[in-house]
Design a protein around this ligand. Structure first.
Ligand code: ATP
Ligand code: NCN
Length: 189
């Protein structure tokens, strides 16, 4: 049975926090691949600042050169709100011989119980929470923990810095940095 990690996100833009968490979980959980899945409309967040197409292209740039990182456009193709249950129903139907691990940041672990159809989702995937040492979780849905070096990088930080003309170099993979500059993303008008 293949073991696939899923990293869903808005990726507005993708940054080194995403890359480190994906690589650590790949390594620590002995997975075969990690699939990055950009949301079309994030379920519990404001609409992304840039288009789905631009976010998809940035994620493709971010994973380029890593053979075990792949990108799936399943949520962008489905349109509408990107509930994880819909995505995982679709992926488990079309990948019978795969065990899926859904990777989330430590900040999301506590709100897991509010996810759409969480009971069913918990049967389709094994959740993996990427957390700081000592993070406690006593919810109903079991979550494996993988510790990563704490990286206080977020897409919001990057959007904020770019909008006031500050450098975002080294917060994102270099080709994502080049893409953002070329397309003048996140600049204020
Ligand atoms: N620096 C980080 N360390 C650990 N997990 C992270 C980090 N940044 C993002 N994540 C996790 O990656 C997943 C996708 O995140 P997302 O694309 O929404 O980026 P974000 O940086 O959290 O965005 P925003 O700042 O716009 O809210 C989520 O599960 C989130 O918790
Ligand atoms: O399905 C849900 O109810 C749900 C609620 C919150 C977040 N998620 C998923 O969690 C992933 C990270 O979310 P976000 O908001 O940080 O981009 C992304 O794949 C979302 O679709 C899913």
């Amino acid at each position: 049975m293949r073991r696939i990690g899923i990293l869903g996100g808005t990726f507005d833009p993708p940054h080194h926090g995403h890359m480190v968490m994906a690589e650590y979980v790949y390594n620590e959980m002995e997975l075969d691949e990690i699939w990055f899945i950009p949301s079309h409309l994030p379920p519990h967040k404001q609409k992304a600042a840039v288009s789905s197409e631009e976010r998809l292209q940035m994620v493709e740039q971010a994973v380029a050169g890593n053979n075990h990182f792949k990108v799936s456009s399943v949520e962008l193709d489905r349109k509408g709100k990107s509930y994880t249950i819909d995505t995982m129903r679709e992926l488990t139907r079309s990948n019978k011989e795969v065990k899926f691990y859904f990777i989330i940041g430590g900040d999301m672990v506590a709100s897991l119980s509010q996810w759409h159809n969480i009971e069913e989702l918990g049967k389709l995937v094994q959740f993996v929470g990427v957390t700081r040492p000592g993070y406690d979780w006593d919810g109903k849905i079991p979550v494996y923990h993988v510790e990563i070096p704490l990286l206080e990088i977020s897409s919001s930080l990057i959007r904020e810095r770019a909008s006031v003309g500050k450098s975002i170099r080294y917060l994102v993979p270099d080709n994502v940095y080049q893409f953002i500059k070329e397309h003048r993303l996140y600049e204020s008008d």
